[in-house]
Design a protein around this ligand. Structure first.
Ligand SMILES: Nc1nc2c(c(=O)[nH]1)N[C@H]1C(S)=C(S)[C@@H](COP(=O)(O)OP(=O)(O)OC[C@H]3O[C@@H](n4cnc5c(=O)[nH]c(N)nc54)[C@H](O)[C@@H]3O)O[C@H]1N2
Ligand SMILES: Nc1nc2c(c(=O)[nH]1)N[C@H]1C(S)=C(S)[C@@H](COP(=O)(O)OP(=O)(O)OC[C@H]3O[C@@H](n4cnc5c(=O)[nH]c(N)nc54)[C@H](O)[C@@H]3O)O[C@H]1N2
Ligand code: SF4
Ligand SMILES: [Mo]
Length: 669
């Protein structure tokens, strides 16, 4: 048995450093190391099961060509040669006849590594003139807000939460979605700090908190604006800081004026005294840290809500000390994205919003003819699932799915291609919470005939006739090109190896407004930026959009992350029927008890599973896990069957938590 170092590139803030035990080319166990200090030697239970994912029966081992009907998932084994020639010839023919836009690449995070996205894939699709795909399914509204206000300034390092006298965890659930923040929140509390959680559900963290505001989904905006109003009205706004470091604060103040504590509390369905206590604690405490998550962006008000939350430390004067300020995503601080091939070759082709993939696949006027899915499981993760399914069923659509495992989407493929997992290739990845950049070599040989993304897309460039001399295409060439983008250049490369992961250019654990400043043109915080205001029309930035509930569909259905999958990744290992949670009052009104089979439905579709009646949810809200596979529900559809493809106020973001449904009990059996 040997032990080899690796790094987890999955879609998670923590970027754990790993140790993998290998026997005869098989990964048998995965654990944490201290190379990334945040990891502190432990990892989540999901990735401890990664060997079952890598070597399990769901693994795609060879290229396959469809022999059955779409959705059935019957394939004959093909050679890479045959599969790639078939795909390349179809795409090249469309491109040559001026129909490049009929090619749609659908991809999202996959395993989030730098080599596996926006390298040779971007080159292939832009040179073919394929439709551009706007990756809006996650973090689009919040990153628009963060960039608009602060130009994506680096956030509080997660271990610096230990210094906070008040830690606010807002729309994030670190027990599931980023476990290495938890010890630092606990340390802060042991040192006498308070914890406030804003979440419609009573999560484990909320149950332990000094204050839990169980607000209605989509009402973070009025809540944050009421805190702003309270700060200004009670002499707790730091006017000296605002005059020196901010613009737009008078306008923010004006827009917050209508949101008294009483009015916001009524709209959000929380107690007035709780909301006022939160405002007072925030004003009084220093350092005060806000961990802003992504649960609050997934609705019609998501962009404005994030902006209002991120503006709080500026108005209350919370920057300038260790453990004061905010954290959202830290991914942009690496400044590596700009050099990726995707941006160096801009394409004039039409853009398709990821959240409208179903519509795009059903569009008869400008039809998609070749769909290329990689790093994504669109049938399970995108809004309006029935539209996506109908699109995938089209006989005149040629679908390629490139994935390490046979996902529900892959069952609809005309060609499946086997991808390596990160244990089987070189990968460069960074944390979007933890400030580490890591390079990891393969620790086991590729399973079956699987190949890394960058290699397959480079090969497709060749076969489709769009390769150009000098294109970086090997892992080593691409790594060099990607790392050259960092401002510290070669010296930074030297500090970057597996034993001591690269730290960002500013060094470790920045203090906001001391070590790092807004990356806006004037280095000020823009608290009401005109470009966001225009984008958020007609309501404008900070304009509240009402709840979409109707009498027929009164319940809000949220679908947050769980500790068992990362989106749908690893979901083949989880076979049980999913649990919907519902408040006792809502259950009573519908004659529902724990253990019943239930169905949540609206005009778009329905999702059926087993219910647990629990007071951990507020009345009027039900919850179904994110990341389900078809085997986790009765009937095979997931929460996305009832999720609308409406868009958030900023960034064209998804509105997963704007699903409004009615729930009924299904006959037993
Ligand atoms: N185990 C695991 N880890 C993950 C993931 C995973 O699927 N599983 N996914 C990864 C990815 S892709 C992401 S983006 C992050 C997401 O991680 P988080 O930021 O934690 O996002 P969510 O799980 O969507 O939602 C967090 C919380 O927001 C609450 N919420 C829902 N609606 C609202 C609202 O309107 N307002 C407020 N204040 N709260 C609301 C939910 O009840 C939930 O408890 O996690 C990453 N880490
Ligand atoms: N209802 C509801 N739906 C949601 C959300 C929600 O809150 N509610 N959250 C959304 C969020 S936050 C996100 S980020 C999206 C994520 O949605 P997706 O991007 O679809 O994420 P996954 O479901 O994890 O699918 C990623 C796929 O990439 C594959 N993959 C991993 N590594 C590689 C690789 O190296 N190469 C290739 N070719 N494939 C690879 C995995 O096996 C997996 O099948 O889901 C969204 N969907
Ligand atoms: S998913 Fe997150 S917590 Fe789990 S091993 Fe990867 S980085 Fe660590
Ligand atoms: Mo996400």
């Amino acid at each position: 048995m040997t032990r080899a170092g690796s790094a987890c590139p999955l879609d998670c803030p923590d970027a754990c450093s790993l140790e993998v035990q290998v026997e005869n080319g098989i990964a048998i166990a995965v654990g944490g190391t201290r190379v990334n200090p945040l990891t502190a030697g432990y990892i989540c239970a999901k990735v401890r099961r990664f060997p079952e994912h890598v070597h399990g029966p769901a693994r795609v081992r060879d290229p396959g060509i469809r022999v059955g009907t779409k959705g059935e998932g019957r394939f004959r084994t093909a050679s890479w040669e045959e599969a790639l020639d078939l795909i390349a010839s179809k795409m090249a023919a469309l491109s040559a006849s001026g129909q490049g836009e009929a090619i749609l690449p659908v991809s999202y995070g996959g395993s989030n590594g730098y080599l596996s996205q926006d390298t040779t894939d971007a080159r292939l699709f832009s040179r073919l003139g394929a439709s551009r795909f706007a990756r809006t399914v996650c973090s689009a509204p919040s990153s628009r807000a963060a960039v608009g206000l602060y130009g994506k300034m680096a956030g509080i390092a997660l271990d610096d939460y230990a210094h906070a006298k008040l830690a606010v965890v807002w729309g994030a659930n670190p027990h599931a979605s980023g476990i290495h923040l938890l010890p630092h929140l606990q340390a802060a509390r042991r040192a006498g700090g308070r914890l406030v959680v804003l979440d419609p559900r009573q999560t484990r963290l909320a149950a332990e908190a000094d204050l839990h505001l169980p607000l209605r989904p989509g009402t973070d905006l009025p809540v944050a604006l009421a805190v702003h109003r309270w700060l200004f009205a009670n002499g707790a706004a730091d006017i000296a800081f605002l005059e020196k470091h901010a613009t737009g604060w008078e306008e923010l103040r004006r827009r917050a004026e209508r949101w008294t504590i009483a009015r916001a509390a009524a709209v959000a369905g929380v107690l007035e005294e709780d909301l006022e206590r939160f405002a007072r604690w925030y004003a009084e405490s220093a350092p005060a840290a806000i961990r802003c998550g992504w649960g609050l962006e997934r609705n019609r008000n998501g962009g404005s809500a994030t902006a209002a939350i991120l503006a709080l430390p500026a108005v209350a004067g919370k920057f300038g000390v260790r453990g004061g300020g905010y954290t959202l995503s830290n991914s942009a601080v690496w400044e590596l994205d700009s050099l990726r091939s995707a941006r160096t070759e801009p394409s004039p082709a039409r853009e398709i919003n990821m959240n409208r993939t179903g519509e795009a696949l059903l569009d008869r006027d400008r039809p998609v003819r070749v769909l290329f899915v990689y790093n994504c499981n669109p049938l399970m993760t995108l809004p309006e699932q029935e539209k996506v399914r109908k699109g995938l069923e089209r006989e005149d659509l040629f679908t390629v799915v490139f994935d390490p495992v046979m996902t529900d989407t892959a069952l609809y493929a005309d060609v499946v291609l086997p991808a390596t997992t990160f244990l089987e290739r070189t990968e460069v990845s960074r944390g979007y919470g933890a400030y580490v950049l890591q390079e990891a070599e393969a620790v086991i040989p590729p399973v079956g005939q699987s190949r890394p993304n960058h290699d397959v897309f480079a090969e497709l460039c060749r076969r489709a006739g769009v390769e150009r001399p000098g294109d970086a295409s090997t892992g080593a060439e691409l790594t060099r090109e990607i790392l050259a983008g960092n401002p510290s250049g070669p010296s930074w490369r030297a500090s970057f190896d597996r034993q001591s992961p690269g730290a960002p250019p500013f060094g470790r654990n920045p203090i906001q407004f001391v070590d790092v400043f807004p990356r806006t043109a004037d280095r000020r915080a823009h608290l009401c930026p005109p470009e966001l205001d225009a984008e958020a029309a007609p309501s404008g930035l900070y304009g509240y959009r009402e709840d979409p509930a109707t009498a027929a569909h009164p319940l809000a259905l949220v679908s947050p992350a769980t500790d068992q999958t990362i989106s749908t990744t690893l979901g083949e290992l989880r076979r049980e029927i999913a649990i919907m949670e519902m408040h006792p009052a809502d259950a009573l009104a519908r004659g529902i008890s724990s253990g019943d089979r239930v169905s949540a439905s609206n005009a778009s579709g329905q999702v059926s599973c087993i219910v647990r009646v629990a007071p951990t949810l507020r009345p009027g809200v039900v919850s179904v896990p994110k990341g389900l596979w078809s085997h986790n529900t009765f009937g095979g559809s997931t929460a996305n069957a009832v999720v609308p493809d409406t868009l958030a106020d900023l960034g064209g973001g998804a509105c997963f938590n704007d699903a409004r449904v009615e729930v009924e009990r299904l006959p037993a059996g």
